[in-house]
Design a protein around this ligand. Structure first.
Ligand code: TYM
Length: 342
């Protein structure tokens, strides 16, 4: 059977998730959350998860983990994920994730895990001291996706390799058990903000865990902080060119143009056309104003939601129940295929 034919038997379904570890950045917003919102609608059934089991692959203070979990849920809601249209839940309330994760630990190969660049980056020279969970994490991520037979996964560029591994795991499972049970999921990585870079070093990704707060915009930063961070963002002395080609060797400048494009729903080409010849004294304040205009309503709504954690917990519990209704029969069938007596 061709891949296209084998995929057509699956309901178009989107799954994606964010780890509740530390605060959320503009990278999470533009590379993930904003796009999650855009995929809600008639074309897909959408599931958005707070992947708390992934967060504990590195140490998390229990009280901070609870807060961060509610904060990710609040960011989804405040950005426009509608818990009626989408299934919004946290991973640990659906125990099938961990169960399918185990099955996939037995499908994935050690050699595949050894190629995961994110583990190498995170572990550095200290691989021996990392948790086994951090190493096995991509097979749990495959389980998150395949537990729902998700056909599409919107993620930022840094997660592409993990979604490709998910396809490898699905293909090996299907091959080993002579079935077409799991889909070969498509990573959806498109738009100008697939890799939002660090404001101090345009060759590094903007991340929650970078050393200095000045290198990232946090979703909960206030207007003054956002303006200050863009004003101090590293750039070069030159004005903006009139084509994107002129930004090839200018990663910091390219990053700010891409952020502007993503925030204003335009292409980077359109931004360059509008600002050709502009200096940073003009572009940076315009970018800061735009970011504040887009982020301020989201962060104030997040704060409002976080004042009522019981309501967030209620939404997550309800979403988990709906997620289980899809997950349970898929796990059950997986167990049968594998030969586990039930
Ligand atoms: P996490 O929590 O690190 O990031 C969540 C999402 O945000 C995107 N992202 C970015 N996009 C663009 N530029 C950036 N600087 C940037 N920083 C983060 C990430 O690409 C991601 O889409 N392993 C995943 C979570 C996960 C998951 C899943 C995702 C677990 N199971 C199943 C999809 C499907 C992670 O650690 O993302």
């Amino acid at each position: 059977m061709t891949e296209a034919a084998s995929q057509s038997q699956f309901t178009p379904r989107v799954f994606s998730g964010i780890k509740p570890s530390g605060g959320l950045t503009l990278g999470n917003y533009l590379g993930a959350i904003k796009r999650f919102v855009e995929m809600q609608g008639p074309d897909f059934e959408t599931l958005y998860c707070v992947v708390d089991l992934h967060a504990i692959t590195v140490w998390q203070d229990p009280a901070e983990l609870r807060t961060a979990t509610r904060e990710v849920a609040a960011s989804y809601l405040a950005s426009g994920i509608d818990p009626e249209k989408s299934i919004l839940f946290n991973q640990s309330q659906v125990s099938q994730h961990a169960e399918l994760g185990w099955i996939f630990n037995c499908v994935a190969r050690v050699g595949w895990m050894n190629r995961m660049t994110q583990f190498k980056e995170k572990a550095g020279k200290n691989a021996e001291k990392q948790s086994l969970g951090l190493y096995a994490y991509p097979s749990l991520m495959a389980a998150d996706i395949l537990l729902y037979h998700a056909t599409h996964v919107p993620v930022g560029e840094d997660q592409k390799q993990h979604v490709e591994l998910t396809r490898d795991i699905a293909a090996k499972f299907n091959h080993d058990y002579k079935t077409e049970f799991f889909p070969l999921t498509t990573p959806v990585i498109e738009g100008p903000a697939m890799r939002v870079m660090n404001l101090r070093d345009g060759t590094k990704k903007m991340s929650k865990s970078g050393e200095s707060d000045m290198e990232r915009i946090n979703m909960l930063d206030d207007a003054d902080t956002i303006a200050k961070k863009f004003r101090k963002a590293r750039t070069d002395p030159e004005a903006l060119p009139d084509t994107l080609d002129g930004l090839k060797e200018r990663p910091e400048a390219r990053n700010l143009v891409d952020i502007y494009a993503a925030l204003s729903d335009q292409s980077p080409e359109a931004v360059i056309t509008e600002y050709a010849g502009a200096g940073w004294g003009q572009f940076k304040p315009a970018l800061a104003d735009l970011a504040v205009e887009k982020l301020a309503p989201i962060s104030s709504e997040m704060q409002r939601l976080l004042d009522d954690p019981a309501e967030i917990d209620r939404i997550l519990a309800r979403g988990s129940e709906r997620a289980r209704a899809i997950a349970a029969p898929i796990l059950e069938r997986t167990y049968e295929i594998v030969g586990l007596v039930r």
